[in-house]
Design a protein around this ligand. Sequence first.
Ligand code: MN
Ligand code: MN
Length: 296
Amino acid sequence: MNHFFTRLTAFALLSALAVSCSKDVDQAPVPTAAPAVGSDVTATRDSNLALGNPSGAVADATNSPNNYLLTKTQYVMSYCRDKGKPNWVSWHLSSAWTGTTARQDNFSTDTSLPSTWYRASGSSYTGSGFDRGHNCPSADRNASVADNSATFLMSNMMPQSANNNQRTWAGLETYCRTLSDAGNELYIICGSYGVGGTGVNGYATTIASGNITVPSNCWKVVVVLPNGTGDVSRISSSTRVIAINTPNNQTLATTWGTYRTTVDAIEAATGYDIMSAVSSTLQAVLEARVDAGATN
Ligand code: MN
Ligand code: MN
C-alpha cells in the first residue's frame, strides 16, 4: 500500500517536472485542459510579428527606405520614407499589454528614423483636415507610460478622415479589446494604401507640404485565438480572421462590420502576403473567408 503511494507520488512529481520543462517560450502556464474562449489562461506578451513580414521589409535605410523595417517593443512596422507614414504596422494584443495608464497624447517625432529623412512632428497634421490616425492604437498599449508614449510617435500615424478614425476604425479597435478582455489574444496587422482621401477640409493627396501622402484606403486584419502558447501552430481552419478595408473619407458608416472583406482582397490591393507564417494550405482557407461574427 505504502509502496503504491510512493510510486504514485514519484510519478506525479516526474509528470509535473516534464510539464514544466516543456513550457513554451511565451511563458503561459501549460493548461490542464483545452482552453475555451474566455478561459483564465494567463495572458502573455508575444511576438508582434508572429504572423510574418507582409512586405519583406528590411532594416536597411539606404537600400529599403520605402519598405523600412522599424522594430519597437510595442509594435513592428514597414515605414515608407517617401509617403511619410507606415505601409503596415503589426502587433500582438492580449490583456498583458493593457492597463490603467492614462492616454499620454504626447504626439512626437520618431527620432529613430534617419535624420536625413522627412520626419513628421506632432504639428505636421495641423490644419490639414485629417486626424493623426494611430495604426497601433493608444489603448492597446496602456500598461505603462513608455508603452503608451510609443503609440504617439508620428511614425505610427496616417492621415485619416475624422469619420473613419473616430467612428468605424475606433469601433473595431474597441471590439478587439473586448475580445482581449474576454481571454483572447489577437494578432493585428493594419495599414493604408492608395493616394487621396477626404477630410473635414475636403479632398487631398498629400499634407505637410507634400511630405505625407493621404491614403485612399485603410485596412486591418485581426486573427483571434484563446489565450495560450504556440500561437501560430494553434491557428486552424476554424480560427476567426477579421479583415476590413475602409475608404479614407467622410462617408463611412458607424458600423465597422459593413467593411468586412477577405484577406485575399487586401493582398490583391496591396501586393503583400499577410499571414505568411501560416501554412499556405491554411492561408488559402482563412484568407478567402469573410468574417460573419459578432461586431460588438
Ligand atoms: Mn500566446
Ligand atoms: Mn497571405
